[in-house]
Design a protein around this ligand. Structure first.
Ligand SMILES: Nc1ncnc2c1ncn2[C@@H]1O[C@H](COP(=O)(O)OP(=O)(O)OP(=O)(O)O)[C@@H](O)[C@H]1O
Ligand SMILES: [Mg+2]
Length: 351
């Protein structure tokens, strides 16, 4: 449940462009949403709609040829996009931790998983229970001992079996599900305010996937943190998330509590998406229930990027001509915490 409406993150009008040889890919076109403290917020949408670019922007991980060309991302009272490199480094891992889809690209193959988690603890907390002066004096083997105890505790938190003997194992000696748990261990070892999981479970088989999802949910509650959960799978959103932001073509079209999205979707794209709820194990694919194709982001449709596929715009040609193809619709409020960006809906309801 969402306990309070304190916001931890406020994204406003984020625009990200990739300057490629084929032209400028306008990947994000004014992404705006809040993340409430203690909630689990799902980001959902078809492949290429900008979910990963959005969470990478929060971590300031957009690299060449990409550039965040506009917007603010407030973390508490600081704009992440204005922070210096030193502050960004502190933010990553310590305050906001990311769990990626493929642990093998993230874990160092040459270092034992125990040492990798130990490194995170040392970096972010120092030696637990000791002052800095005391830490200086501790011998290396004693330090290893203290750290190992801490690591085993974290391994137990993420329900890794046989936590003590796992310390000296290398990533390739573990199963996919166990590696994913090690990565989650690294994320929580720094006691972050916000955890971001970007398609963290899609590479795993369905049973393991369900276990990891359950684990993330439990950890979020036990550690009292906030979870941003990225997926193209609405079935997972229904089980995991308090609220959901629906992405289309680099824009956010609707944000609402999960129950409201399923019961009373307002945006025509959300309605189409709900008709095509994929099963938990369905592969990534585009939606055949909505005619048309996902937009080309080098030359995107003007205004609302969904307009070429939108039956509502089709039915209201005047509004389409004067608004949908001309200006990007703002997110307007349609109920408690229910935001929708649609010109036709806005006209219907005199907004
Ligand atoms: N390095 C890059 N160079 C050029 N374009 C990029 C780059 N990274 C991302 N993009 C473009 O940005 C858009 C958004 O990509 P993003 O990875 O955020 O999609 P996504 O919603 O996470 O999709 P998926 O569900 O497949 O993970 C896509 O059109 C993609 O092609
Ligand atoms: Mg992605």
């Amino acid at each position: 449940m969402i306990e309070s409406q304190d916001t931890v993150l406020e994204l406003r009008d984020i625009r990200v462009h990739f300057f490629t040889y084929d032209g400028v890919v306008k990947a994000l076109d004014g992404i705006t949403f809040d993340v409430f403290k203690g909630e689990s917020l799902g980001l959902v949408g078809e492949t290429g709609c900008g979910k990963s670019v959005t969470v990478r922007s929060i971590m300031r991980l957009i690299e060449d040829p990409g550039k965040i060309v506009n917007g603010t991302i407030m973390y508490r009272d600081k704009d992440i996009l204005q922070m210096d490199e030193e502050d960004v480094r502190k933010l990553r891992g310590k305050k906001i931790a990311m769990i990626f889809q493929d642990p093998m690209t993230f874990l160092n193959p040459l270092i034992t998983v125990g040492e990798q988690v130990a490194e995170v603890i040392l970096l972010h907390q120092g030696l637990p229970g000791l002052t800095e002066a005391e830490q200086e004096k501790v011998k290396k083997d004693k330090m290893q001992e203290i750290l190992k105890e801490e690591v085993v505790k974290v391994f137990e938190l993420v329900r890794l079996p046989d936590a003590a003997s796992l310390y000296t194992r290398y990533p390739h000696e573990l199963s996919g599900g166990m590696r994913q748990r090690v990565m989650i261990a690294m994320a929580i070892a720094s006691n972050p305010d916000v955890m971001i999981a970007d398609e963290a479970t899609t590479a795993l088989d369905v049973t393991i996937q369900a276990q990891i999802l359950k684990l993330l949910q439990n950890l979020k509650d036990d550690l009292n943190t906030t979870l941003i959960f990225v997926t193209h799978n609405l079935g997972i959103i229904a089980e995991m998330c308090d609220r959901v932001a629906i992405f289309y073509g680099g824009q956010v079209v609707e944000v609402a509590p999960t129950k409201v999205i399923f019961k009373e979707p307002i945006h025509p794209y959300t309605k189409g998406l709900l008709k095509a709820i994929p099963l938990l194990h369905a592969p990534k694919e585009t939606l055949d229930s909505i005619p048309g194709v996902v937009p080309n982001l080098v030359n995107p449709p003007g205004g609302c990027r969904f307009n070429p596929r939108c039956y509502l715009a089709e039915k209201n040609p005047e509004i389409k001509e004067s608004h949908c193809i001309v200006t990007k619709p703002d997110l307007l409020e349609y109920g408690s915490n229910h935001l929708v960006a649609c010109h036709v809906r806005a006209k219907e309801q005199n907004k």
